[in-house]
Design a protein around this ligand. Structure first.
Ligand SMILES: *Cc1c(COP(=O)(O)O)cnc(C)c1O
Length: 232
């Protein structure tokens, strides 16, 4: 078995264990394999081991891989999770199934306009800055409701939920805090009538904390593919 197949088994075991501790059904949490910086061959190995949803951060790099894996396209889901500039929205609207990193209306409007009519609506999450000053991406929590309302009205987008990338913390209590704030915001938006079903939170280092706080998608890179070389 490839190391990637082994790693996927280990990550699924972590998800199941955390779900049990949280009294949640393991299949209420889906695994997004974050393949940025890794070659198409590694994605193919993960696919062979049963993984279907993949997350990418960089537009040019991801387009090359989506093309190289075109033979598998019908059975794969591609999620864009990186910072998105307005001059790069078109290929994302054309080639991805999800975007997790929408944090301003202009980007959402462009994605909706550029989404091809032949494709189903693009699934989007609002990226929320739940851990304050240090991170520049993400809408402020107090602005999330207005942005969610505006995005929910766009014809070729389907607003699914919220995403966050909190500051790393080493102990689980500290890790849970920003995840809890994201979940509370999610509940607040739902109580305001915004239909959402997705909380995209948790990475290799804080998967358990995220599952305990209600994550429905965990985004895992290192624990599946190994350490990144950071060529970007
Ligand atoms: C790289 C990345 C991940 C995966 O992080 P790991 O710590 O390698 O699991 C998850 N989410 C986003 C937005 C990322 O950029």
């Amino acid at each position: 078995m490839s190391h990637i197949a082994d790693n996927l088994l280990a990550v699924h075991a972590r998800i199941e264990h955390a779900a049990r501790n949280a009294n949640r059904a393991p299949d209420s949490i889906s695994l997004l394999a974050v393949s940025k910086t890794f070659p198409a061959a590694d994605i193919r190995a993960a696919f062979a081991a049963g993984q279907r949803a993949f997350g990418e951060n960089y537009v040019q790099e991801s387009l090359a891989k989506i093309e190289a894996l075109g033979d598998l396209r019908a059975d794969m889901e591609w999620h864009f999770i990186g910072p998105l500039q307005s001059n790069k929205t078109r290929p994302v609207a054309e080639h991805f199934d999800w975007v997790h990193s929408v944090d301003r209306l202009k980007i959402a409007e462009r994605l909706s306009e550029q989404r091809p009519d032949a494709l189903p609506p693009l699934n989007v999450c609002l990226q929320v800055n739940v851990s304050g000053e240090s991170s520049k991406s993400g809408v402020a929590p107090e602005e999330a409701l207005a942005l969610a309302r505006a995005i929910a009205a766009l014809p070729k987008l389907r607003l699914r939920g919220l995403m966050s990338i909190p500051e790393p913390a080493s102990d689980q209590q500290a890790q849970r805090e920003p995840h809890r704030r994201l979940r509370q915001l999610y509940e607040t938006l739902r109580a305001q009538g915004i239909e959402l079903d997705t909380l995209s939170m948790g990475m290799s280092g804080d998967l358990e904390a995220a599952v305990l706080e209600g994550a429905t998608i965990v985004r895992i890179g290192t624990a599946i593919f190994g350490q990144r070389g950071y060529t970007h």
